[in-house]
Ligand binder design. Structure first.
Ligand code: EPZ
Length: 421
């Protein structure tokens, strides 16, 4: 994806409603799971974003035939022709690691480039590899440095306790176990909604998974999987990003096609600051704004406050009078947006894994640079509030995870222009 910048003229008052797209972090493992079936599988509500295109590209290189129009993707993998995921795929999207489990289970051999650079901190995969080894896989990291070469004549069901919560680790082992021989019990699983949606999708393909949504998932391995059509759940991080946008003074923005229950950790925090929300079955908007509070947040695995909304909430807290803190407990380098926000006039200090946000500070349009997907979203939110013009360098990051974010925001009053360099 050619690099480019976006320019935002602020401040702008957002009025109207935005519709949330399908979940990137549900669609990615579900696309990988189609490797298990020899028959056509349809996913609907797949967001048209860079990380998804990279995953589809990787599947086509394995031998999948893909038909996609708008947000509907039909895939069928009759025969695995090339069981390899190259580094050019895995350097853009770390989610390529999700191919390892299902490809090994289907094909008995998989060669997957180690996932890309860590823009937000250590992104280890030792739990993924330990679990696959316990299921009978040989894991070779030496023969071709930079690649995981996994082989297994067959995978056996296993009783595996995750040493720590891992979203893609839970997903990888669940997919491998779905096609292993015998029973698998996975303990200390992550319980993000995207994992539950993957399990529901796998069951609709013929898998036998129970304990969905809990920390103990049981899987009875199956030999064959069949066709299915599945609608991807709404993206709770995109929804949370737009809900945070609606919280800024002067905005009147409704978030539609979302699951408000997935946003409870965010609304609980904001209600403590005096915000009130109107919650519908698939929509949410701000009834009353808070303006003054010392808010203290810890990022945690679901159902706690998600690390993927940490940067976006930081921007909102710069506009709330008080001394707030956010402790980032999941990743060890996820404050790269702070230096950029401070350039715009924010007053944020970092102390260890805690950010201290002294609000309220006026923000001014500036030339800023983003390093990762959610940091870019926090800078867009800042650009919408700041007085003057903000230019965000390296903005391809934004379009890795937010479908048509410029169009969606411009349709409710933003002034965002993409400047292809
Ligand atoms: C998933 O990443 C999400 N990505 C991330 O979203 C999200 O931030 C993260 O979960 C946490 O919720 C996708 O679902 C594609 P983890 P993942 O394994 O699975 C350590 C976004 O913006 N760990 O749950 O890579 C790890 O180092 C992205 O959409 C091990 O030590 O995250 C980290 O500190 C960013 N060993 C912590 O666990 C392992 O084997 C959580 O990582 C695996 C993880």
């Amino acid at each position: 994806m050619k690099n480019f910048r976006i320019k935002i003229n602020g401040p702008s008052a957002l009025r109207g409603s935005v519709s949330v797209s399908g979940s990137k972090n549900a669609a990615l493992p579900e696309l990988a799971a189609t490797i298990l079936s020899r028959f056509p599988v349809v996913l609907e509500g797949v967001p048209d974003i860079e990380d998804i295109r990279a995953m589809i590209n990787a599947l086509q290189k394995l031998g999948s035939s893909v038909k996609s129009e708008k947000n509907r993707v039909e895939l069928s993998l009759n025969e695995v022709t090339t069981p390899v995921v190259s580094s050019d795929i895995s350097k853009t999207s770390r989610a390529s690691i999700l191919i390892l489990g299902p490809l090994l289970a289907r094909n008995g051999y998989a060669k997957v480039a180690l996932p890309g650079g860590c823009d937000i901190g250590d992104r280890r995969i030792n739990y993924h590899l330990d679990g696959l080894k316990k299921m009978g896989a040989e894991i070779d990291l030496e023969s071709d440095p930079g690649y995981i070469i996994a082989s297994a004549s067959k995978l056996n069901g296993v009783d595996y306790l995750f040493p720590g919560k891992t979203v893609t680790g839970t997903e990888n082992l669940m997919m491998a176990a779905a096609a292993a021989e015998g029973e698998t019990i996975l303990k200390n699983c992550a319980t993000e909604p995207e994992i539950s949606d993957l399990a529901i999708f796998l069951n609709s393909m013929g898998a036998e998974i129970s304990g969905i949504g809990t920390e103990v998932i049981k899987i009875s391995g199956k030999k064959d999987f069949h066709s299915t059509t599945h609608s991807v759940i709404p993206d709770r991080i995109e929804a949370g990003t737009y809900l945070i946008a609606s919280c800024f003074e002067g905005n009147d923005l409704k978030v539609e096609n979302c699951n408000p229950a997935h946003l409870k950790s965010l609304t609980d925090i904001l209600e403590k600051a005096g915000f009130l929300f109107s919650i519908g079955e698939k929509s949410i908007f701000v009834l009353k704004r808070g303006s003054e509070a010392d808010i203290h947040v810890d990022t945690e695995p679901f159902p706690g406050f998600p690390t993927d909304l940490q940067a976006q909430l930081t921007t909102l807290l710069t506009q709330i009078t008080g001394k707030s803190t956010i402790r980032e407990n999941i990743f060890n380098n996820r404050f790269r947006h702070v230096i950029e926000l401070n350039k715009m006039g924010a007053d944020i200090e970092i102390s260890g894994n805690k950010s201290i946000i002294n609000g309220k500070t006026a923000l001014n349009g500036s030339y800023v640079r983003t390093t990762d997907l959610r940091a870019s979203a926090s800078l867009v939110l800042a650009g919408l509030v700041a007085k003057g013009e903000t230019v965000i360098e390296n903005s391809f990051q934004l379009f890795r995870g937010y479908e048509k974010i410029d169009e969606k925001l411009n349709s409710v009053g933003a002034e965002i222009v993409i400047m292809r360099s």
